[in-house]
Ligand binder design. Sequence first.
Ligand SMILES: CC(C)(COP(=O)(O)OP(=O)(O)OC[C@H]1O[C@@H](n2cnc3c(N)ncnc32)[C@H](O)[C@@H]1OP(=O)(O)O)[C@@H](O)C(=O)NCCC(=O)NCCS
Length: 241
Amino acid sequence: MSVRRPPGGTGFSRRQLLRSATRHLSNVSDDEFVKQLTSHGLTPIWTWQTRVVRIVSRPESEVPHELRLQMVMLQDQAWPSDGPSDTAPWHDQSLNPLSVLLLDDADGVVSALDILSKQIAHRGKAYLASGISAMVTDQRFRGHGYGGMLAIAAREMMESSGADLGIFTCDAPLQRFYEAAGWQHLVGTVLIGGTPADPFPSDQFDKVTLGCFFSAKAKVARADFVGARIELFCGEIDKLW
Ligand SMILES: CC(C)(COP(=O)(O)OP(=O)(O)OC[C@H]1O[C@@H](n2cnc3c(N)ncnc32)[C@H](O)[C@@H]1OP(=O)(O)O)[C@@H](O)C(=O)NCCC(=O)NCCS
């Protein structure tokens, strides 16, 4: 498939390297990849610059170094840190962090997020819950629909992974962004992160809770999660998702 670039596009020098890395991650032809995206209702082609993108996922600790570096650079754009960027996994590995990357053949990682998962107990029942963490799009490409595609893909991945539900918090102004990707605003729901000894509730910030109910058990219990305080207790490293 031919990929037309706008004049002066960025990142061309990395193209070969990324091509080989993405082939390693997802060994399908561009045509097949586009077919897969389309079958999920995702549009791989944009209008003013014909771009082919692919979504790949790997456990955080197994993301190839070059892609991990790019992902961390995007996170640094959004949440600048004082020290040097560290490409070592930073999530609590007991939360099975899965990195989901949206790759563009020319520009590399343009959008990324991590899916974290754990068993929770709520109103006497056990659920496998997953959530989105550290969602970011390269600031050069925001507003092009990449983040929305990834938020949809994350929801579909959680469902096919066997999670009972997806549930996470985001800054209140981003509610509409996630709703457009099929997530439901759980009005009044508060996630309690941290630990039982040192709880870290989401209502100390201007945050809203988004959710999706996948399993029959979770669908039946949906009302239990609305307007509720949910003990996520995702630990001291991630604190809250
Ligand atoms: C949020 C983010 C990932 C969206 O990625 P993206 O690739 O630009 O997403 P899309 O192009 O699919 O959608 C962008 C939409 O989100 C909206 N949006 C993005 N950030 C927003 C914000 N802080 N407040 C309100 N709306 C916002 C845009 O206005 C746009 O809305 P529109 O479709 O009505 O025009 C990106 O803006 C980003 O990296 N932000 C910084 C990091 C961050 O806040 N991450 C979220 C952590 S929960």
